[in-house]
Design a protein around this ligand. Structure first.
Ligand code: SF4
Ligand code: SF4
Length: 419
């Protein structure tokens, strides 16, 4: 039975009286032996940040003078191919297009759609090349302020946690699930998922997060359009759209992998506490969330299980760089491997994703980062496998979850009234 409704929660938000906790704050109370009561909490915020391959963006961009070309056949944005249409924009000198976060620039193999989206949200000038159906090449420059539209559409975001991967073979394997070819056998493990902070982990039956729910996508107020592709009751994910104009570039970007460019972004959701059952779902703890460990060559071939406490407890959010220990090697493996380009002789904290590749790549101790290792049981043998690549960023997830909590407390974010 409900003890309050959305309207009552929104009235409390407007009066500045709503009690809002993050999902981690609830989990910490539970870890401390307390049992929070639904009467005492109005909203729980939850969030995630990680590689979300199903990320695209829809743009309407000026490309030339009206009448300068009839219709675009090909479009490049900073060298990243987009798909023009569906509207032909005949003789308008502009192009409607869709670009993928996973597309690679034809000019720079380290640059892809995720990096492009970040640059657009930052307000940087973007080089546009249009090839018309008549073969004309039209070059121009634009930025987000000149675009008629810049909207992100995620076809499968905020998965309810995910999978860890390792390579059980002698042969290195190139995959989107590791920043570089993964060495084997059992040399290292990559994983995704923000555990007990994840929105759908805190609302596993999607009682409050569903079509029409307002969320934050990379800091911008977005809307859940419905379930995402390949979403299933036991492994749900969300399709979400939000304007890029209102996004914070901190929460999205590109991520290089051994199998091409990827894109990361961040999602936070507000769970209205309408009854005890909804609150109790937020009591979930990392130790109780299974993390399947799969063969990186075939992600459905599960080799064993661990849990999210094993990957997120007592580990560092970020590396510490010691310039004194740096030997200025001729070829720096950190520069080669850092998936976000965060190391350029100094550590760029804003670009850093906390993946941990630097700590396992520098052989001279210039990067320190506690990432942990897993005891992985296989065929009665226990193997220690170090975590070498995190594809989720718990720091950004915490920041966006806290940002949503702050907006609700300040009366700047109301709960969707679809009930
Ligand atoms: S590999 Fe390590 S020591 Fe060598 S240049 Fe890179 S950070 Fe410095
Ligand atoms: S943790 Fe290291 S490798 Fe990963 S993004 Fe940060 S600097 Fe780059």
């Amino acid at each position: 039975m409900n003890i309050r409704n959305i309207e009552e929660i929104n009235q409390k938000i407007q009066r500045g009286e709503a009690t809002v906790l993050t999902a981690e704050e609830v989990s910490n109370l539970v870890r401390d032996g307390e049992e929070p009561k639904a009467e005492d909490i109005d909203v729980v915020t939850a969030g995630t940040c990680g590689i979300m391959s199903g990320t695209a963006a829809v743009f309407h961009i000026p490309a030339g003078e009206p009448g300068s070309f009839k219709k675009a056949k090909k479009v490049l944005l900073n060298g990243v191919p987009g798909f023009s249409g569906p509207c032909p924009n005949e003789w308008l000198g502009s192009v409607d297009l869709i670009a993928y976060g996973t597309s690679r620039s034809i000019y720079d193999e380290d640059y892809g759609g995720g990096f492009l989206f970040k640059d657009i949200v930052k307000g940087k000038d973007i080089e546009i090349e249009v090839e018309s159906i008549n073969g004309e090449i039209i070059k121009s420059t634009t930025n987000i302020n000149e675009m008629g539209m810049a909207r992100m559409v995620g076809t499968r975001l905020a998965f309810k946690n995910y999978t860890a991967f390792l390579n059980p073979t002698e042969e290195p394997v190139a995959s989107i699930f590791n920043a570089v070819d993964m060495e084997g056998p059992f040399k290292g493990l990559s994983f995704s998922g923000c555990g007990e902070l994840n929105p759908l982990q805190n609302d596993p039956e999607m009682k409050t997060i569903k079509t029409g729910t307002k969320v934050l996508l990379c800091g911008s107020e977005g809307i859940v359009l419905g379930s995402g592709t390949r979403s299933a009751p036991e492994k749900p994910n969300l399709m979400i759209a939000a304007d890029m104009v209102d996004m914070d570039p901190h929460y999205l970007g590109g991520f290089k992998t051994a199998a091409g460019p990827e894109v990361f972004n961040s999602v936070a959701a507000a769970i209205p506490i309408l009854n005890d059952e909804i609150l109790k779902n937020t009591f979930i703890l990392n130790k109780d969330i299974p993390l399947p460990v799969a063969d990186i060559r075939g992600r459905h071939k599960v080799l064993g299980f661990t849990d999210y406490a094993s990957v997120w407890t007592n580990n560092d959010e970020r590396p510490v760089y010691d310039p004194e220990a740096c030997l200025n090697c001729g070829v720096c493996m950190v520069r080669e491997r850092c998936p976000t380009g965060a190391y350029e002789g100094t550590l760029n904290e804003e670009k850093c994703f906390g993946c941990g590749m630097c700590a396992s790549s520098c052989q001279h101790g210039a990067f320190e980062m506690k990432r942990g290792e897993l005891k992985f049981k296989m065929d009665d043998e226990v193997i220690d496998v170090p975590i070498i690549c995190r594809q989720s960023d718990i720091k950004r997830a915490r920041e966006l979850t806290g940002e949503l909590k702050k907006r609700i407390i300040e009366g700047k974010f109301s709960i969707s009234g679809w009930y």
